[in-house]
Design a binder for this molecule. Structure first.
Ligand code: GLY
Length: 304
């Protein structure tokens, strides 16, 4: 059996392509990389790759990660400015025993050494949004809109699993700011024996609960992926509430080695793509109704 899941409606096309790849006997790692590249290359998606929204200084700075569930090796890049496909770079770094997590200049040097393509990641639309935000008086206004990282988890016919993440992070973030996306255990985790998980939402909150490792840890102790997502996210939300803090936007997905999957969210609706038997469909969960269900037509029109 092969299955892959991806966060948000934006992953649907890529997950569909990778579902066909897996159905033809492809590898989990290739499926993850291909699905995420599809999102990174699409300028209409304003929170990932080309077309991502800039930081306060007008630079589109990307973060990405890749983890191999068979070897537990990982690669991650942070604050990378002009590498066309950050997930490809993260995956290339994944084979290394050391120097597998690189930031900024060093990550771009590695991309050059691997022969990966570069591009100006700024689109005219993104820079227009940035100029408008700059013109508003308070730069510290809440500009975060809640849907950000593309995360993809895959299981191939051989039982291998892989996880990948990619984002341009928060719009108008401080220069050098890094969220959960490239942080192992927070933004992603993957172990063939127990399953994989990944998170999307406000990185500063997600990293406080190491959400992805927590979900895989719960699966190791016997939880199914839906319960693991609910319990990992629920425990962090409960702790934040006990600390007197509001509940920010966080969502997560998980995939088990038997192909079952789960998701949880603090949002009214969190859509995610599920790829099986060579095709992909959208499913959703909500904070009030945590059961996995099809996405309605109205939600589909609204969803990113
Ligand atoms: N979850 C992505 C970020 O906070 O940058």
């Amino acid at each position: 059996m092969s299955v892959l899941i991806g966060t948000w409606k934006m992953s649907l096309t890529g997950v569909g392509g990778s579902a066909r790849l897996l159905a033809d006997g492809g590898e989990a790692g290739d499926a993850v990389e291909q699905a995420i590249v599809c999102v990174e290359d699409e300028p209409a998606f304003t929170s990932v790759g080309y077309g991502g929204l800039p930081d306060r200084e007008g630079h589109v700075m990307t973060d990405a990660a890749f983890m191999n569930g068979t070897t537990l090796r990982l690669g991650a890049v942070m604050s990378v400015e002009s590498v066309r496909s950050p997930i490809r770079l993260a995956r290339r770094l994944c084979g290394r025993p050391t120097n597998c997590v690189l930031a900024g200049h060093g990550a771009e040097q590695a991309a050059r050494a691997f022969g990966l393509p570069f591009r100006d990641m700024r689109t005219e639309a993104a820079m227009r949004r940035w100029r408008e935000a700059c013109e508003q008086a308070a730069l510290d206004q809440e500009v975060y809109t809640g849907h950000d990282t593309v995360c993809v988890l895959a299981l191939d016919e051989r039982g291998h699993m892989a996880a990948g993440t990619s984002t341009s992070g928060l719009f108008m973030k401080a220069p050098g700011r890094v969220g959960d996306t490239p942080l192992v255990g927070s933004g992603f985790y993957c172990d063939d024996r127990y399953g994989a998980a990944a998170a999307t939402g406000l990185g500063e909150d997600i990293m406080r609960g190491c959400l992805s490792y927590e979900a895989v840890s719960l699966m190791r102790r016997g939880a199914d992926p839906l319960t693991a997502c609910r319990e990992a996210l629920g425990a962090l939300v409960a702790r934040k509430v006990a600390l007197g803090e509001g509940c920010g936007s966080m969502s997560m997905i998980a995939l088990a080695p038997d192909g079952s999957f789960g998701a949880a969210t603090t949002l009214p609706v969190f859509p995610f793509a599920v790829g099986r038997d060579g095709a992909a469909v959208l499913r959703a969960v909500g904070c009030a109704d945590p059961a996995i269900r099809p996405v309605t037509e109205a939600e589909l029109a609204e969803a990113d």
